[in-house]
Design a protein around this ligand. Structure first.
Ligand code: NDP
Length: 225
């Protein structure tokens, strides 16, 4: 069976991705910052191995990559993210903005680069990145500057990564997961985590190398940059 590695798999969209891939019989490498507090993840039935990973920690990323050496990863799901709120530019906390860039931009690129040989050794060669429509300049309605700018930067960084790995058959894609009912999305968000995860999994299952570098909604619709 294929293998998926998921970051931030202990709650929200990441937990649901772990549940669904495990239910389909995949080998699930579920990573989270604190496995000791990941009771829901540990209760997921199936072939699920829980690994510690804080995407902000370069040494931790390297250690995980060393443990994974030689192991193909069909789908690398860079899902972990944070949203530090700043409604207006006057509200910017520059330390929080730096933290946001570290987790939402540097983290996923660092993880993808560290595990690129694992992905490239697999049959599917997919790197999925959970971005956000809030990173789209074309659709910007203002506000949330720290979060929006981090997802815009992630979009550009993944576009560069896609170009760099295109010759080796990689398929790097960015997703807007929908406005999802999680701790981050809030209790009245219209999309459930199961529907979001199922949608992204469906899109991934149909990807071809021509989709490398794409930015898609969770239902597969292309999104403007
Ligand atoms: P949640 O807040 O529910 O979960 C976030 C997950 O990311 C948690 O598992 C959290 O772990 C993890 N995480 C945060 N920082 C790190 C880190 N440094 N290292 C490892 N893991 C970390 O959010 P969602 O599930 O809603 O969001 C998942 C992704 O989807 C994010 O990238 C988010 O930006 C994106 N997104 C979500 C939307 C929504 O409406 N929900 C809309 C658009 C995009 P811990 O428990 O340790 O904090």
């Amino acid at each position: 069976m294929p293998t998926v590695l998921i970051t931030g798999a202990n709650r929200g969209i990441g937990l649901e991705l772990a549940r669904q891939y495990a239910a389909d019989g995949w080998n699930v490498l579920a990573t989270c910052r604190d496995p000791g507090k990941a009771a829901e993840l540990k209760a997921v039935a199936g072939d699920v191995a829980v690994h510690r990973l804080d995407v902000d920690d370069p040494a931790g990323v390297e250690a995980l990559a060393a443990r994974m050496e030689g192991r193909p990863i069909d789908v690398l799901f860079n899902n972990a993210g944070i949203n530090r709120r700043a409604p207006s530019i006057a509200d910017i906390d520059y330390a929080a903005w730096a933290e946001t860039m570290t987790t939402n931009v540097f983290g996923p690129i660092r993880v993808a680069w560290a595990l690129r040989d694992n992905v490239l050794a697999s049959d599917s060669k997919v790197m999925a990145f959970v971005s956000s429509k809030m990173g789209s300049v074309a659709e910007n309605t203002g506000g949330s500057i720290m979060y929006r700018s981090s997802k815009s930067a992630l979009n550009m960084a993944v576009s560069c990564l896609a170009k760099e790995l295109a010759g080796r058959g990689a398929i790097a894609v960015l997703f807007h997961p929908g406005h999802v009912r999680t701790d981050m999305g809030g209790p009245s968000a219209p999309v459930t985590a199961p529907d979001s995860a199922a949608g992204m999994r469906r899109v991934i299952a149909g990807l071809t190398p021509q989709d490398n570098g794409a930015f898609r909604n969770f239902d597969g619709t292309p999104l403007p940059w």
